[in-house]
Design a protein around this ligand. Structure first.
Ligand SMILES: Nc1nc2c(ncn2[C@@H]2O[C@H](COP(=O)(O)OP(=O)(O)OP(=O)(O)O)[C@@H](O)[C@H]2O)c(=O)[nH]1
Ligand SMILES: [Mg+2]
Length: 298
């Protein structure tokens, strides 16, 4: 294979929940598309984004983090992540700088091995440890899996991103661009807006409430004067959760709304009239029909 040709291909970003996969993907493409939070199980479905430069094009698949599935939604999430490794040219396995390989990582290692795909290991959150810990983490994973290259990165601080991009390019096959060079994602603006509302709810709410939330955008319409009207439903599992989400005198919902609107206006570069409604759909995470209507199926 010559080193001068244009390269392109698909890269699955996989790993345990909360290791920073979505934060890393956003940095790799240079734009915030995927939502992130310090709560586990933030990403729920596979999201495709595109990075293009003069040497090639990388199509990233951000995937839900591996966790112990305990309902139909989380079974769907885990299986989405596992299946992704079979559909790509390269796997970007993201781990934290830990020398103990936990259960989530072990299961992912078995799937990666079975796929036979080349792997780059990204040791993320390198800002939280010293170099010795990074070296030991790399040793442990290289002993468990055939890894082509290891990169220490900090997605949060933007450290090591360019050299990781270079490494990824090196392992992609030669081939033409798969998307238009201006394409950043094939997600719709409507879907991204729904995810932004879910991100704010995840970040603001506590305990078990945020995990039982889904967001459905019911209306997305631009007026003649350019203002965009968006109505979104925050779906929760119980009446008690509905009260918490609305908050005293509507204060919680107001906060979720104003933080969401700020990000949505930045994304759409337009004034937005955002209305949020809270709806209870009992135990929806166990309901196949509702999961399908929310796009949690393939
Ligand atoms: N200190 C530090 N924190 C990070 C770094 N990268 C991500 N984080 C934090 O880790 C948390 C999880 O980040 P996400 O990007 O949502 O993680 P994820 O792997 O996509 O999580 P799931 O979607 O649940 O699988 C967030 O609070 C991030 O701010 C990093 O390089 N350093
Ligand atoms: Mg994520």
């Amino acid at each position: 294979m010559s080193d001068t040709g244009y390269r392109s291909g698909f890269v699955a970003i996989v790993g345990r929940t909360n290791v920073g996969k979505s934060t890393l993907m956003n940095h790799l493409i240079g734009m915030k598309i995927a939502i992130t939070s310090n709560k586990p199980q933030t990403t729920r479905r596979r999201m495709r984004t595109v990075f293009t430069n003069d040497r090639g094009q990388i199509v990233f698949l951000d995937t839900p983090g591996i966790h112990l599935a305990h309902n139909k939604l989380s079974e769907y999430m885990d299986s989405t992540a596992y299946r992704s490794v079979d559909d790509v040219d390269l796997i970007l396995f993201v781990v934290e700088p830990e020398t103990y390989i936990g259960k989530g990582e072990q299961q992912m290692i078995s799937r990666i091995r079975a796929s036979g795909k080349p792997v780059i290991l990204a040791i993320n959150k390198s800002d939280t440890v010293d170099e010795d810990r990074i070296r030991k983490t790399a040793e442990v994973y290289c002993g468990a899996l055939d890894i082509k290259e290891t990169a220490a990165v900090s997605a949060l601080k933007g450290i090591g991103i360019d050299s990781l991009t270079d490494a990824i390019m090196r392992y992609l096959p030669e081939g033409p661009a798969l998307y238009d060079e201006d394409t950043v994602t094939d997600e719709t603006e409507r879907d991204i807006c729904g995810e932004i509302v879910r991100e704010k709810a995840l970040r603001i709410l506590r305990d078990e409430v945020p995990h039982g939330i889904a967001v459905s955008v019911e209306r997305f319409k631009e007026r003649d004067d350019g203002i965009i009207d968006i109505d979104a439903e925050i779906i929760c599992e119980r009446d008690s959760h509905k009260g918490i989400i609305i908050g005293k005198g509507g204060s919680m919902l107001k906060r979720i709304g104003s933080e969401s609107r700020k990000d949505i206006e930045e994304l759409l570069e337009a004034h937005v009239n955002l209305r949020l409604f809270v709806k209870v759909r009992k135990d929806w995470r166990q309901n196949t029909g509702i999961l399908r209507s929310l796009g949690y199926n393939e």
